[in-house]
Design a protein around this ligand. Sequence first.
Ligand code: ZN
Length: 494
Amino acid sequence: MPLSFEVRDTDLLGRIGTLTVGGKKVETPCLLPVIHPVRQSITTAELKKMGFQALMTNSYIIYRRRKEEALQKKIHSLLGFDGVFMTDSGGYQVLEYGSVEISYDESARFQSSIGSDLAVTLDRPTGYTTSEARAKETMMYSLRNAEATMKEFGESITSWVGPIQGGLFDPLLKKSAVGLVAAGFKMLALGSPVQVMDSYRFAELVGMILAARRSIPYSMPLHLFGAGHPLTMALSVALGCDTFDSASYVLFAKNDRYMTENGILRLGEMTYLPCSCVACVSTTPKELGEMPRDERTRALALHNLHVLRAEMLACREAITEGRLWDLVQVRCSSHPRLTEAFSVMAGEAELLSVGTRHFRDKGLMVRSAHDLGRPEVLRSAARLDASFRRGSGTALLLVGGDQIPIGEVKGPAAALGRRNPDVFRLHPVLGVYPAELDYVYPFTQTVAALHPQPGGTEAAKKRLRRLGYKKVEVWEVGKGGRAQRAESRSRRSR
Ligand SMILES: [Zn+2]
């Protein structure tokens, strides 16, 4: 069955898209809650009602526990969900239990026979290992199975998802991704970040996603396995992950863990429930704690799903508004390991600029030194060199008053009429730029918490001289927009 992915909007490497599979549509970025085919406390009807358009389940557990029933009914009626079903091959069970008693072709035939919309070929997750030999062995095993599955079952009604393995080894991840693309996969899934995330190695997670993303076409959807931590969703979306699956909502619930957009809390240590979802609105941590275990797990799982769903929608909204960077920055400020991961991301402005719009309605916020690496900031600096035409021998450099548009600056207009210099402004973050760009994004709309770098004016003068100006006059823009020559003012004050 053909799989298609249409991108409607982008920001950084994140995108809002429509994934069409098996004739059904899923809006991305999208979280696929993992459901257990035998014991599932939140029903598929409830998940559908919450707006989840796609679910993930494990085909190996179905194969072991409900095989005949599944072959007869097919997965959608077996589990009562008419949206997109993605099935995992059982590779994850290898991480948990060490082995899986099924061959790649048996797994593929079964997943296809039960009518899975998206199915992962049998893999062996690399997991978190420092052994390159082990990582290579799991990657090659997964790649060979994927290639063989595509050859034998590529034409079936199921769309195949190729699992990228290789753990923390960039060359292995690259070889895996490139091999899967060559084998004809239209969607890939990055494997085994769970253990990397469980150990809070978020910077390494960024490296893994970037290695995968760099090795596959921009237009290809990328799934991230087991990524259900509310704090890392925006980060993963910004790096180009389109779909995620996770059982975290229930796994955390079983351990009395309560998700918030700022991190995971222990129910036993909470005094309030800072949430208005149906599971929280009429109860307290104490009452929840006194509930029978199953009931409490169910309530916490519902709440956790609510948080994950809200985060998924927050990511989509941020892409639409062009402020995904800001969302990632806020989430990453919750933990030092995440701040570290944000720094790694911030160092990749060139790659991130692929999906960053040139113009947008809202202002650019510059809060920290990291923000100087925003694609918009670097692009604005490059624009002066790319588009500059000198019209005079004199440059008039206006410093200060960067929130006052050029049309409201009083003073230099007379100078402009008299001697016709080229007028420039100095932005504390974006540097020197022609004043006529003042009404062009992001020059007037950039709000900075940073102070101008010492020597900023001198650096700007040097830059203007390099552009061919024999004379550079500096004017200071004061309150109310009145500009005065900096030299004459300093003479007066002497
Ligand atoms: Zn809640």
